[in-house]
Write a protein that binds this ligand. Structure first.
Ligand code: AMP
Length: 196
């Protein structure tokens, strides 16, 4: 199964991708996680990405496309993958289509978690509180200023990605404001319809 989860920052993509990964043993490929790992390791990509990520902007397409191209070649991705946080621009979506076409592969589903933007800042603040309570480090872009930029970036650059997939009939939209379990159920329904 090859699946994309789309949605604004804080929409619940990571939570749902992690649940799907547990159920299906298909890896969650989060470009945000991969970039944070590159930053932590101090690689050339990490050094380039850090300032952009901290401000809430987007890392250049060629950098993330390169990371994803490399990651989907790994053995654990042969049975499929759940893309979380990629593609974030139409150019990335086009590059992914070309990448998959080159391997004679297609996407099984593209699911957008639709959320009410007004609630997202609260969700981010909640995530920060939970992370701190668990004694874990808080993301450097989980602060009101960077979060506002992430939302603006989403609106201008990532929202068109949904339209890109909708045009080819590949997009399913789910209510991301529903409780986490209900969102998981709705995703399962989309996936069973795809498999049927
Ligand atoms: P995330 O963990 O998905 O919220 O991503 C954190 C940050 O990493 C984003 O705000 C971007 O700066 C960067 N990033 C993650 N995925 C991408 C992508 N597909 N394209 C460009 N930048 C990305």
């Amino acid at each position: 199964m090859r699946l994309i989860l789309l949605g604004a920052p804080g929409a619940g993509k990571g939570t749902q991708a992690a649940r799907l990964m547990q159920k299906s043993s298909i890896p969650q490929l989060s470009t945000g996680d991969m970039l944070r790992a590159a930053v932590a390791a101090g690689t050339a990509v990490g050094l380039k990405a850090k300032t952009i990520m901290d401000s809430g902007g987007l890392v250049p397409d060629e950098v993330v496309v390169g990371i994803v191209a490399e990651r989907i070649q790994k053995p654990d991705a042969t049975r499929g993958f759940i893309l979380d946080g990629f593609p974030r621009t139409v150019a990335q979506a086009q590059a992914l289509d070309a990448m998959l076409a080159g391997k004679r592969m297609d996407l099984d589903a593209v699911i957008e978690l639709k959320v009410d933007e007004a609630a997202l800042l609260d969700r981010m603040a909640q995530r920060v509180r939970e992370t701190k309570a668990a004694g874990k480090p808080v993301r450097s872009d989980d602060n009101p200023e960077a979060f506002k930029t992430r939302l603006d970036t989403y609106r201008t650059q990532t929202a068109p990605v949904s339209a890109y997939y909708a045009k080819t009939g590949r997009l399913s939209v789910i209510d991301g404001m529903a409780p986490v379990d209900s969102v998981s159920k709705a995703i399962d329904q989309v996936l069973s319809a795809v498999k049927a």
